[in-house]
Write a protein that binds this ligand. Structure first.
Ligand SMILES: *[C@@H]1O[C@H](CO)[C@@H](O)[C@H](O)[C@H]1NC(C)=O
Ligand SMILES: *[C@@H]1O[C@H](CO)[C@@H](O)[C@H](O)[C@H]1NC(C)=O
Ligand SMILES: *[C@@H]1O[C@H](CO)[C@@H](O)[C@H](O)[C@H]1NC(C)=O
Ligand SMILES: *[C@@H]1O[C@H](CO)[C@@H](O)[C@H](O)[C@H]1NC(C)=O
Length: 218
């Protein structure tokens, strides 16, 4: 039954609306190459960086799939290539379309960053047959917080968007947990619930892949 769904799915056009990073401003977005690691095909660092508060700033996304797994990684330095080794937000599942804001991501206190440190942020999602989808932004870390107005303008949730699961182990692109970055923003990676988390991940993968049709069938 499920395989029928997969057959049907494989007939769908590959360029369903994916997800976009809108704050901090992404390097760029192209549906066709968003599945290219790293940064969805945009390898050049932006000349114009967005100021991003060290104390924590929002990540604004525009979701194009009914259910998506997301994680946020950070690389310190002026041109990190593919070295996004810091987990700023562990994998979560978001349900719903359109505006979704992760209210605040912040960096592990063990990182030696200060006002003016250059960094890059990569948001990774699942929902692609060959792995993940990628969006990057280049930022300058600053001690100043966003004004309330800037925060409100760059952190919005559509009414039907919600987080259904948090702190899922592994990388949304489906690469093994071992290969994924290990530095956690909290320093605490849930390990006791590893089996359950892995299973939950598998289930959300299926849901992510087959969408609502699959959910109805389960
Ligand atoms: C998945 O992400 C990891 C690091 O986040 C990367 O090393 C790997 O190449 C990615 N896999 C694919 C298929 O893009
Ligand atoms: C949007 O939802 C996320 C996840 O539940 C939350 O972190 C964020 O603070 C919310 N933002 C606003 C402006 O409500
Ligand atoms: C932290 O960075 C500052 C300047 O960026 C440097 O002077 C200092 O030695 C660094 N400290 C550690 C512990 O790496
Ligand atoms: C996920 O982890 C964060 C940071 O450790 C914690 O604050 C939050 O309560 C956790 N959420 C769940 C649902 O366990």
């Amino acid at each position: 039954m499920l395989s029928n769904t997969f057959v049907a799915l494989s007939l769908l056009p590959l360029t369903l609306a994916h997800f976009q990073l809108t704050f901090p401003k992404a390097r760029g977005f192209s549906d066709d190459v968003e599945s290219n690691f790293p940064c969805g095909g945009f390898n050049d660092v932006q000349k114009q960086r967005t100021d991003f508060p060290i104390s924590g700033g929002p990540i604004q996304l525009n979701m194009g799939h009914p259910q998506t797994n997301i994680a946020v990684y950070v690389a310190i330095g002026d041109n990190p290539g593919s070295g996004f080794s810091v987990v700023a937000r562990q994998q979560l599942t978001v349900d719903g379309l359109g505006n979704f804001c992760i209210g605040s991501i912040s960096l592990p206190t063990s990182l030696n960053v200060s006002d003016g440190t250059l960094a890059s942020i990569q948001v990774v999602s699942n929902n692609h047959e060959s792995g993940g989808l990628y969006q990057c932004a280049d930022v300058k870390l600053v001690n100043t917080q966003l004004s309330q107005t800037d925060y409100n303008n760059n952190c919005k949730n559509n009414t039907n968007v919600r987080v259904s699961q948090e702190n899922i182990s592994g990388n949304p692109n489906g690469s093994s947990t071992n290969a994924s970055p290990s530095t956690s923003a909290t320093g605490a990676t849930p390990s006791s619930s590893k089996g359950a988390a892995a299973q939950a991940k598998a289930v959300s993968w299926v849901l992510g892949a087959v969408g609502l049709a699959g959910m109805a069938m389960l």
